[in-house]
Design a protein around this ligand. Structure first.
Ligand SMILES: Nc1ncnc2c1ncn2[C@@H]1O[C@H](COP(=O)(O)OP(=O)(O)O)[C@@H](O)[C@H]1O
Ligand SMILES: [Mg+2]
Length: 389
């Protein structure tokens, strides 16, 4: 395009009026096409020059952002935006000559919140920075979809859980039925009543009722929605606290505790009570996997926007088949296990928007890795001034 214009300018003195008119029309058509492309996009685009004055706004940006007035050209880009938080964000990023990625803002648009994700990128041409692009994406739908997916996931796990309960209560109920029949038979028998045998039957019924009770209590524990109260906190602090609490127990079990908490990690959103409970369940599992003692290594690190916590033991380990089942409710390999520990841990980590993964081999210990996302800054609820086009 530029080459074409340069050539045209060189030839300008030789062109007649008609030819110049055609040239200008061609340029106008070209310009319109580019404008049309920009205006047809779903994403908002605003462009500023090196002195930060606004030089271009597309239709989507006009729809998404509240503007101060419609005379937005030739003033700093941030002054055109009526929303103070977005305005501050743009001003700070541009005056500090920074770029920004995926900053999220929630606009309260007449009852229906809209979530916008903003990027600021340098506009580079011919090797020099010629200004900046503010790219705005409406991620309201995306966030809503994620929320729906989480609900569907929890519904699906509820179904598995209900199936698990049904399966679990079948045995004790069957056993209770049989022993009550035996009792009836014994009572109806003509001969002398055998008190001792009858007490044995009653004893079995009692035990089975206890078992049923435990199943119900565990079930409630597993399905009860957990109301995590997320606060921006240091993961290291919480982990350190918990380890102080369990270190004597580990020592008594002959387990050496190695702690490697990396300094300077970003704060994450966490619920101290639930997170400690989840980690406690996992530490108890590690202890159970090292009946003759061993080593438990607890470490934290950060990789980009993720803070990572690892729990690594050198206990019994698990086969691949076992790994596939350990998060299922009621799955246990222990005689007196509930099979709920990791189900809860999983649920808690999910509520933290985190991920939990495990690597293990039979006889070679297990490593559980929990990944927490670092919260995006500037996640505020903003006022919508209703001044938009
Ligand atoms: N660190 C570990 N090493 C080996 N096996 C483990 C470990 N953690 C969990 N498991 C396996 O996962 C199963 C489920 O754990 P969990 O849900 O806590 O229930 P429970 O501890 O009551 O069995 C355990 O029974 C065990 O087989
Ligand atoms: Mg457990």
């Amino acid at each position: 395009m530029r080459k074409f214009i340069e050539r045209a300018i060189q030839k300008l003195p030789k062109l007649d009026e008609e030819q110049i008119r055609t040239l200008i029309m061609d340029l106008a058509t070209e310009h319109e096409r580019i404008e049309l492309v920009l205006d047809s996009m779903n994403d908002g685009v605003m462009v500023s020059a090196t002195d930060h004055t606004l030089v271009l706004v597309n239709k989507a940006a006009e729809r998404m952002l509240p503007f101060v007035s419609h005379e937005w050209y030739e003033r700093p880009i941030w002054n055109a935006i009526a929303d103070s938080e977005i305005c501050d964000f743009v001003r700070q990023t541009l005056t500090n000559q920074e770029s920004a990625q995926d900053r999220e803002f929630t606009l309260d648009g007449n009852g229906a919140n809209r979530v916008l994700s903003c990027n600021i990128l340098p506009l580079v041409g011919s090797g020099v920075i010629q200004g900046n692009i503010l790219h705005i994406e409406d991620i309201t739908e995306k966030r809503a979809r994620e929320a729906r997916l989480r609900r569907a996931e929890s519904l699906a796990s509820l179904t598995t859980l209900a199936a698990g309960v049904a399966h679990e209560i079948k045995n004790p109920l069957g056993s209770i039925g049989i022993h009550i029949q035996l009792l009836q038979k014994a009572l109806r028998a003509q001969e002398q009543i055998d008190r001792e045998r009858m007490e044995d039957y009653v004893e079995v019924v009692n035990e089975e009722v206890d078992r049923l009770n435990r199943i119900v209590v565990d079930f409630l524990f597993a399905v009860r929605p957990i109301d995590v109260q997320l606060e921006e906190r240091s993961l290291n602090e919480v982990v350190h606290d918990l380890l102080e609490f369990v270190k004597y127990e580990l020592e008594e079990a002959g387990i050496e505790l190695i702690t490697e908490l990396e300094e300077g990690l970003d704060a994450i959103h966490l619920d101290e009570k639930y997170l400690k409970q989840a980690l406690m369940n996992m530490i108890k599992n590690a202890m159970a996997a090292m009946p003759g003692g061993g080593t438990l290594r607890v470490s934290t690190t950060q990789r980009g926007d993720d803070v990572i916590l690892k729990l690594c033991d050198n206990g019994l380990g698990m086969s691949d088949e076992l790994i596939g089942k350990i998060f299922e409710p009621y799955f246990t390999t222990k005689d007196f296990g509930s099979g709920i520990g990791l189900t809860l841990a999983y649920k808690v980590i999910k509520e933290h928007r985190g991920e939990i993964a495990v690597i293990s081999q039979e006889g070679k210990g297990a490593t559980f890795t929990i990944t927490f996302p670092v919260p995006q800054k500037e996640q505020h609820l903003l006022g919508w001034n209703g001044d938009q086009a």
